[in-house]
Design a protein around this ligand. Structure first.
Ligand SMILES: Nc1nc2c(c(=O)[nH]1)N[C@H]1C(S)=C(S)[C@@H](COP(=O)(O)O)O[C@H]1N2
Ligand SMILES: [Mo]
Length: 314
């Protein structure tokens, strides 16, 4: 029998997760980090060392259970429960992100390298799906701007294009004779949007590495835009001059624009965007909440769109 010394035992092994999470919350910020040094069987840190970001909301968190079981990830099926069941087949380690296009320093970056070379922050963001539901999620990640600065975009780089892994063997949704989307999933941001400090590349949530259904090992989080901008399991980031095509815009351009800013005044053709349902707020008389312009982040991002007609550029 192998007897492990206490030093080999992870805090997450000896402490039930709920207690562990509470303790992290109590200790807060850097003090909680000492608890987060474990290594998983695959040699990657299972838990994440983060500093608390002042950009966080203090709204009540959506439970880990809801965040990891009510998902959109069409590569694994269109039902909200499908990704939690089927995304396990995606092999997320090792993983590299190729950065190319109009940059001075293109390259292939391993996720572990990106994590090691950044200060991870816990950002509690409210998220809004175009389907009318919302969540409040404690993401762990780093500013997208950090990676952008590292690769030194050229003067003619105006947009950033993102691509999800294309792996039919590991993604059942890609094997379908009637594909829901034109794979691989692609998304894009204007360079100045991508540089906004609110935009992050997330590698974890609730202090642990992302589960596959949430876009492991690395995904985009843009809290002032509808959820479909938050492209999952990114393998490529390209800097380009022209506005890149995006999956949902290609699929139904009258329903999903490039900008996808959360906007209560611009309805989706098939449903209103004026209110939302917070996942986890159960009960018979759940009140829908009014949706805020830019999902409540107007102060930080409205200037990006000054002079633009937001009904035209939806
Ligand atoms: N590759 C990929 N990324 C994706 C999607 C997808 O189907 N495939 N769905 C998007 C949509 S519509 C939403 S609402 C969010 C959901 O993220 P979550 O499941 O982590 O909450 O992921 C986005 N990113
Ligand atoms: Mo969504």
């Amino acid at each position: 029998m192998l007897i492990r010394r206490p030093a080999d035992i992870l805090p997450s092994e000896i402490t039930p997760r709920s207690v562990y999470l509470n303790r992290r919350q109590l200790l807060g910020g850097a003090a909680g980090l000492a608890l987060a040094a474990g290594l998983s069987g695959r040699g990657q840190a299972a838990t994440l060392e983060t500093v608390k970001s002042p950009l966080s909301t203090d709204e009540k968190l959506t439970s880990l259970q809801d965040v990891t079981s009510y998902n959109n990830y069409y590569e694994f099926g269109v039902d909200k429960g499908a990704p939690a069941t089927y995304a396990k087949t995606l092999k997320t380690s090792p993983w590299t992100v190729k950065v190319d296009g109009l940059v001075g320093k293109p390259g292939e970056f391993s996720v572990e390298d990106l994590i090691k070379s950044s200060t991870l922050e816990e950002r509690i963001y409210r998220m809004r799906c175009v389907e009318g539901w919302s969540m409040v999620i404690p993401w762990d990640g780093f500013p997208l701007a950090d990676l952008i600065k590292r690769v030194e975009p050229l003067g003619n780089a105006k947009y950033v294009a993102f691509e999800t892994a294309y792996r039919p063997e590991e993604m059942p949704g890609l094997q379908s004779m009637f594909p829901v989307l034109d794979w691989p999933y692609v998304e894009g941001l204007r360079l100045d949007e991508a540089m906004n400090p609110l935009a992050i590349l997330a590698v974890g949530l609730y202090g642990e590495r992302l589960q596959n259904q949430n876009g492991a090992p690395i995904r985009l989080v843009v809290p002032w835009k509808y959820g479909f901008k938050g492209i999952k399991s990114i393998t490529r980031i390209s800097f380009v001059e022209k506005q890149p095509v995006t999956s949902w815009n290609k699929q139904a351009s009258d329903e999903y624009g490039f900008y996808a800013n959360v906007n209560p005044n611009v309805d989706h053709p098939r449903w209103s965007q004026a209110t939302e349902r917070r996942i986890g707020e159960g009960g018979l008389f759940v009140k829908r909440r009014p949706t805020l312009l830019f999902n409540g982040y107007a102060e930080q991002v409205a200037q990006l769109y000054s002079g633009m007609d937001l009904r035209k550029f939806y």
